[in-house]
Ligand binder design. Structure first.
Ligand SMILES: C[S@@+](CC[C@H](N)C(=O)[O-])C[C@H]1O[C@@H](n2cnc3c(N)ncnc32)[C@H](O)[C@@H]1O
Length: 267
């Protein structure tokens, strides 16, 4: 299983890198501006990662923060003190030691990560408090995904971003969808309530989040399935669309969708 997840992470890495680069672009832009202006910024970029697990996404977070904050007083050149603060929601505390190890390996300081044992459907965090949220392979397991998305809308600041990657049901009826429907109960039993048949794009469309698909009647059918590399290239070129893609080696857990959605500025 661990090897399987390593292979999965390696296969999806180009797309994750492009998505996280886009998600964190306000933070990196603020740091660049502070350096260019020989000034320092002290605002904090607050990120919420829901169902953070063992922290496989930390490798894609920018490692700017702990070093800049600790070296600011000694550095003769200016440095950005814009801090990255991460709150991880993870209902299984048995994972936390691995989450903390992954954070440390990625250069996040201990004071930058707070882990909370909670349910995505009811999170003990303030309204309008996060600049960005991350959800990868979690809505397949949450009992009521629409309730989790409603919570994410509540806790993100207006205009805040949600990076999302999920596996979903095959869009058309055929052999793959039939297999998914037949094996779904077994998958839930063996894989911690993971569903093979979630239509997460449709749930997203009804959630109140915005993305480049807003002008489409359906967010599901227009999603042409593409390769990880093609999807990554589109994100790197600035696309804000929800995309559908195949991860090599994941035949039943396919296709995936990914994108960066926005909480409307006025709700
Ligand atoms: C398949 S793992 C994904 C972990 C990680 N996000 C990743 O991309 O590898 C699903 C994660 O969601 C968490 N999870 C399951 N149900 C949840 C819920 N109702 N609220 C919050 N997290 C949940 C699990 O504990 C687990 O860490």
């Amino acid at each position: 299983m661990a090897t399987g997840m390593q292979e999965y992470e390696a296969a999806i890495a180009p797309l994750k890198q492009a998505l996280f680069d886009q998600l964190f672009s306000p933070l990196t832009a603020a740091a660049d501006t502070a350096i260019a202006n020989s000034s320092s910024s002290s605002s904090t970029f607050n990120v919420l990662e829901v169902g953070i697990g063992t922290g496989p996404n930390f490798q894609f977070y920018p490692a700017t923060s702990s070093s800049s904050s600790s070296s600011s007083s000694s550095s003769s050149s200016s440095s950005s003190q814009q801090l990255l603060s991460v709150t991880g929601i993870e209902p299984n505390p048995a994972m936390w030691q691995y989450t903390q190890q992954a954070a440390e390996a990625a250069g996040l300081g201990q004071q930058q990560l707070q882990l909370v044992a909670a349910d995505a459907q009811q999170m003990p965090v303030e309204r309008d408090s996060f600049d960005a949220a991350v959800v990868t392979l979690v809505l397949c397991s949450v009992p009521e995904p629409q309730q989790a998305l409603s919570e994410l809308l509540r806790v993100l600041k207006p205009g805040g971003s949600l990076l999302l990657i999920e596996h979903v049901i095959a869009p058309r009826f055929g052999l793959l969808q039939l297999q998914q429907r037949v094996l779904d109960p077994l998958q839930q039993l063996l894989a911690d309530n993971c569903h093979l048949t979630r239509n997460t794009a449709a749930v997203l469309q009804a959630s109140g989040f915005e993305c480049g698909n807003n002008n489409s009647d359906s967010w599901v059918q227009p999603l042409a399935v593409q390769s990880v590399e093609a999807a990554a290239a589109r994100v790197a070129a600035g696309s804000s669309e929800l995309m559908s893609f195949e991860v090599p080696g994941m035949s039943l857990i396919a296709p995936h969708i990914a994108g960066i959605l926005k909480k409307p500025v006025s709700v």
